[in-house]
Design a protein around this ligand. Sequence first.
Ligand code: GDP
Length: 197
Amino acid sequence: MVIKTTEFVKSSGKWQECPEPNLPEYAFIGRSNVGKSSLINAMMNHKDLAKTSQTPGKTQLINHFLINENWYLTDLPGYGYARVSKSMRKDFEKINTNYILNRQNLVNLFVLVDSRHSPQQIDIEFIEWCGESGIPFSIVFTKADKLKPNTVNANVEIYRNELLKSWEELPDMYVTSAEKKIGGDEILEFITKTNEL
Ligand code: GDP
């Protein structure tokens, strides 16, 4: 897919405030600092469409971008900030889970995990929740340039095995690097193929 136009549409504090669900939508989520903004910017060929490193504790919003005038890219608040209060963490979770469960035009959720780390409990729990809730999603490994390819593959394998403990079928997985512009094209290809309501 060639990215011709990218347009910020709006920030919403809850799913009811999101733009009318009249176009296919693809959302990106992950722990804060996972590299979500960088990957979105790399895929969109844009320096600062999504803001990098949002300050933990700031109001977290659902950001909608209109791409090529025919689909929405949604940047969801990061989960798992270590340094915010429990009640604030609960608020982030509520924004995200309500959006994910209710957004009727959501075609796919891309769940980002850092390729350098072994499966983290918070990510596994979130991924399992997506599976149990019947949410269409894929796993996106970020920052792959920081490791040797063999180590990335080994870490992906560890993830697969972890998920196979409870599932028979695995979601699609993408290995990416915003820094080296790897993997974004595969994600865009998937979006091209599924871009229908
Ligand atoms: P977000 O909080 O998930 O939006 O994460 P950011 O996109 O702000 O990235 C967090 C940090 O990781 C920043 O310092 C980025 O420069 C760095 N980072 C993000 N993606 C990559 C990548 O693909 N490779 C490398 N080496 N660093 C990255």
